[in-house]
Design a binder for this molecule. Structure first.
Ligand SMILES: [Zn+2]
Length: 317
């Protein structure tokens, strides 16, 4: 297969172009927002996302991977509207976040795979927009029994469909390594795995342990300086490029246009004051220049923004 699933249908891999590989357009709890009409301002959120994506498009971005898992409120109708209005390709995810939910206990792995596979094969929420990536996550608790189950769901979805896996990790607990162990155990070709949030780490030993397994690592939290400052993120990428790893890194912000983990006014204050660069334009507008100043070649930058996303997103079958 040479096509990539987007929320508006499939595109040729050559159409991807400059791709932000881990972002969030709309992150809001399904139950709360369906019960309370004022839980989040959906229209304002969509308008904000369209504005941010148009700004990134003006700087050269042509595609965006929305890594929002189903149970953080992934809503394909919103993603479709944002993609249509911004004229940026949006790749949606299927898969589940790490938080344990009561129903997860008694569902066997393969039954969950059968359910989620519908997002990839039939389309999401009754639309022709199919998932182009599988999301899973391991946080500070590491690979708990419940988390292991969800990682195996992601692995088997990949084996059944060929579409790649992208993850959330906690670098302090080096949880990418635990994820890799499970994927290897399931027989996943690690060329089709992106270990997310690796760019929060300055631990070159940890990063090279993962790179040596052939995964791609997400240097995907530019703008979140409270996790790691921009210049440190740039110098880690520069050192890894010098060591020959440019073909296994992708860039992004993990930015959220709407996020209900905080009340709206708190989130707006954080976005504007604490993390003012945490938006879809920082990488194309400023980080690329910093990578050039750090001596990273144009070919290496193009690999991280264009070539690696295309290779990663191309289904394995
Ligand atoms: Zn994320």
């Amino acid at each position: 297969m040479t096509k990539i699933n987007t929320v508006l249908g499939s595109i040729e891999v050559e159409e991807l172009g400059f791709t932000l590989m881990h972002e969030h357009i709309f992150n809001a709890n399904w139950a709360m927002r369906s019960v309370f009409g004022n839980w989040v301002d959906k229209e304002a959120g969509i308008n904000k996302a369209v504005g941010h994506l148009k700004a990134a498009r003006d700087l050269g971005v042509t595609s965006l991977l929305d890594a929002t898992p189903i149970n953080l409120g992934r809503d394909v109708h919103i993603l479709k509207e944002v993609s249509e209005r911004s004229e940026v390709h949006v790749i949606a995810a299927t898969g589940l976040y790490y938080n344990h939910e009561p129903w997860m206990t008694n569902w066997e792995i393969d039954r969950l795979v059968d359910v989620l596979l519908q997002d990839i094969v039939q389309g999401i929420q009754g639309t022709n927009g199919k998932a182009g990536v599988i999301k899973c996550a391991t946080d500070t608790d590491g690979v708990t029994p419940e988390n292991e189950k969800l990682l195996r769901v992601a692995a088997r979805l990949h084996l059944a469909s060929g579409i790649p896996i992208t993850t959330h990790t906690d670098v302090n607990e080096k949880t990418g390594l635990g994820q890799i162990e499970i994927f290897e155990d399931e027989g996943v070709d690690l060329n089709h795995v992106i270990i997310g949030h690796s760019g929060d780490s300055e631990d070159l030993g940890y990063l090279e342990d993962m790179l040596n397994k052939n995964v791609t690592i997400g240097m995907d939290r530019f703008g979140l300086d409270m996790m790691l400052e921009t210049e440190k993120r740039v110098s880690v990428i520069s050192e890894l490029c010098a060591r020959g790893w440019a073909e296994q890194m992708v860039l992004s912000h993990d930015a959220c246009c709407v996020m209900d983990w905080f009340p709206a006014d708190t989130f707006a204050m954080m976005s504007s004051q604490i993390a003012p660069n945490w938006n879809f334009s920082f990488v194309p507008g400023q980080v690329i220049g910093l990578l050039q100043e750090a001596g990273i070649s144009e070919d290496q930058i193009r690999a991280m923004t264009h070539g690696n996303p295309a290779r990663c997103l191309l289904p394995s079958k």
